[in-house]
Design a protein around this ligand. Sequence first.
Ligand SMILES: Nc1ncnc2c1ncn2[C@@H]1O[C@H](COP(=O)(O)OP(=O)(O)OP(=O)(O)O)[C@@H](O)[C@H]1O
Length: 230
Amino acid sequence: MSSIRFTDVTVTYDERTVLENINLELHERRIGIIGANGGGKSTLIRLINGLGDPTSGTVEVNGLDVTTNGKEVRKQVGFVFADAENQIVMPTVAEDIAFSLRRMKLPKVERNQRVQHALDRFGLGAHADHSPHLLSGGQKQLLALAAVLVLEPSIIIADEPTTLLDMRNRIKIRRIFDELSQQLIVVTHDLDFLQGFDRVLCIDDKRIIADGKPDEVIACYTSLMGKYPH
Ligand SMILES: Nc1ncnc2c1ncn2[C@@H]1O[C@H](COP(=O)(O)OP(=O)(O)OP(=O)(O)O)[C@@H](O)[C@H]1O
């Protein structure tokens, strides 16, 4: 299993500290991250593939410092954005999935097979030749996941991957996630989705305030939410 290590990580934007002195080792296969809006969840996961740099401290992925080895780390870490629209680069759904495979320089036959498998797996086959921009919000979310999973990265990070999905697709994504052998880190407000995960972290006020099995961390988060004024 892959390994991610945060050592004394602080992130400050315009003199406002968003994460403070985070020390963390992530080895488990399925890890969830929850917490209040604006708490620093996306900031934390973006550090794992160098989408942001720590203001101080280090983040390592499989022994590589992310700040100095960004390119190598990004080959190992697939990132699914919360706004799937950000990930669309090609004129058709099939080409969009194929695009991410280009840099792997696979033989054409294998590339086509992988694209077809991804289209089938995510129920997008009927839309293969359509413009991704014409897909529904949930279908775009499925496409964004497909385009990352097709690369088979050793770590997959997904920022709120189920927000726009109907129940059927949510169950489908959960099943796909359960079948993955890779390490998976999911930021979500969908607490039920985390049942059965190996570890959940709750982030609030710059720090990790709970870290453990889903039930105990969700209980902590629920009680925290109750303390906010309505
Ligand atoms: N590039 C940036 N420049 C300035 N401030 C930023 C930047 N990125 C994030 N922030 C701020 O950092 C704080 C944490 O944002 P972040 O997106 O990490 O929170 P989050 O826990 O993922 O929130 P949500 O649940 O709403 O998605 C927010 O107050 C946000 O405004």
